[in-house]
Design a protein around this ligand. Structure first.
Ligand code: GLN
Length: 255
């Protein structure tokens, strides 16, 4: 009887050490699973042959290099921008790379890596628009993308607005004259302006603060955060991230 109990205990112990062990859901062994929303060129978009399967962009190249630096296989899961932080907290993914601004509000639920890119919100308007400052939006029809920092900015300014699921949907409203201004991150706005005739960008540095993009991980997942940070810091120091930004911005405007 005693022997049986011992064997059982041994089996249970072995189980705890292996398959039944805890830890982050997907960062098992040699795989890191990122979540992204590939609706944000030049950072992430879907293409026929991207750097990570169907996914391409600055962030996708950064994710691939983080995997390479740490000898880990990279998996990319596509989901709505709004769902990314929930999926991270649930352990469905290990990290979020999505041109995501490290905000204090988001820091309440997740940890962020060393920032790798600085952006700002800008206003996209028709070429003949009289909007010259953020204050000029007061009596205009404003479009934003749901859950983006642009929505938070417009909300904080106290303006009413309409929120769309995708950047392309908001841009179509503007092109079709159904809205007057789209508030969006600078590099992505630049891409849409070069893709669509008759649009221009209006900046207002006194109304929109600089935003820093960073990779999000689960709170206190220091092990993964350290790996990601070491890789990002290396890529910032040796110019890799700068090169990627130039390469993907040029590729986007040459299309
Ligand atoms: N930088 C913006 C944010 O964090 C938009 C990011 C995105 O759409 N991928 O909300």
């Amino acid at each position: 009887m005693k022997k049986v109990t011992l064997i059982l205990a041994a089996v249970l112990a072995a189980c705890t050490l292996t398959a039944c062990g805890g830890g982050s859901a997907k960062e098992s062994g040699n795989t890191i699973t990122f979540g992204t929303n590939p609706e944000f060129p030049p950072f992430e978009y879907v293409t026929s042959n991207g750097v990570l399967g169907e996914f391409d962009g600055i962030d996708m190249a950064i994710a691939q290099k983080i995997g390479e630096d740490n000898g880990m296989e990279v998996k990319m899961e596509s989901m709505e921008f709004d769902s990314l932080l929930v999926a991270l907290q649930n352990g469905q993914i290990d990290a979020v790379i999505a041109g995501m601004t490290a905000t204090d509000e988001r820091r309440e639920t997740v940890d962020f890596s060393t920032p790798y890119y600085t952006a700002t919100q800008v206003m996209i308007v028709k070429e003949d628009s009289d909007i010259a400052t953020a204050a000029d939006m007061a009596d205009k029809k404003i479009c934003v993308i749901q859950g983006y920092t642009g929505e938070v900015c417009v909300q904080d300014m106290g303006y009413t607005y309409e929120a769309f699921k995708k950047g392309t949907e908001a841009i179509m409203e503007l092109v079709n004259g159904k809205c007057d201004v789209v508030v969006l991150d600078s590099a992505t706005a630049q891409k849409y302006v070069s893709d669509n005739e008759g649009l221009k960008i209006v900046e207002d540095a006194s109304a929109f603060e600089a935003e820093e993009y960073a990779i999000a991980v689960q709170k206190d997942n220091t092990e993964l955060l350290n790996k990601i940070n070491a890789s990002i810091e290396k890529m910032l120091a040796d110019g890799t991230i700068n090169e990627l930004a130039v390469q993907y911005t040029e590729a986007a405007s040459a299309e």
